[in-house]
Design a protein around this ligand. Sequence first.
Ligand code: HPA
Length: 276
Amino acid sequence: MSIYAKLEKCLECVRKQTDFVPDVAVILGSGLGALADEIKKEAVVEYSSIEGFPVSTVPGHKGRFVFGYMGDVKVVVMQGRVHFYEGYPITDVVLPTRLMKLMGAKILFVTNAAGGANPEFDAGDLMLINDHICKVPNPLIGANVEELGTRFPDMSEVYSSRLRNVVRKVASENGVDLKEGVYVQLTGPSFETPAEVRMCRFFGGDAVGMSTACEAIAARHAGMEIVGVSLISNKAAGISETPLTHEEVQEAANLAAPKFKKLVTDSVSRFGEFLK
Ligand code: HPA
């Protein structure tokens, strides 16, 4: 089955459960799923009810789309995502992103927990993503999905400058010290070695993680406008003085959850001005 045919089938499964048309798609990263409880809920669709949809195996990741409102803005929120390291083909990893585009979303707000490769970053910081380096296979490899976008899409501004301005403004109004930088997606699931972190730093990376860049590529290909925030859950290997654990990542996410929630929900509420 072609990728587009698979997407149409998934969309049909969703549409049997809700006819809600979102304007903004939000992907919640590790430990950040609680944000979905903030929205005025209109519908919930479990990933397991969608034929052919990849379902996550990671603890701390639920698996469902939550539809509703942030302010007056219609959103679909992914509570839980799948990662390349779970063994799915990269085209399946980005299927949910493409599906949200087909549901109607024009803007993608992508979030993740990441390690700080920039030595100035501390655990609990939030980083506005201004660009990325994708060290997993490009999700557009294979026959081009013509219905979504062009064969050779431009990537010179993956993260929208006008949406980044909104997030910066919301952060400053709320007294949030928002860092900015380049996100590097590696495959995982092992955390990086100190040498790999030094490599990422040398390449211009500020944060390292196991998601996001592939989703952003697929979204950009499909013409979505993107913005992204990383929660720096730990200093990356070699900068951190202690070995890294998944539990540490989740704890840091829980601690930073309130400021993170406020930044995402207030920013999304203001994206309404770009949707008219
Ligand atoms: N490395 C990769 N992914 C991560 C990290 C890290 O240090 N922290 C949270 N996700």
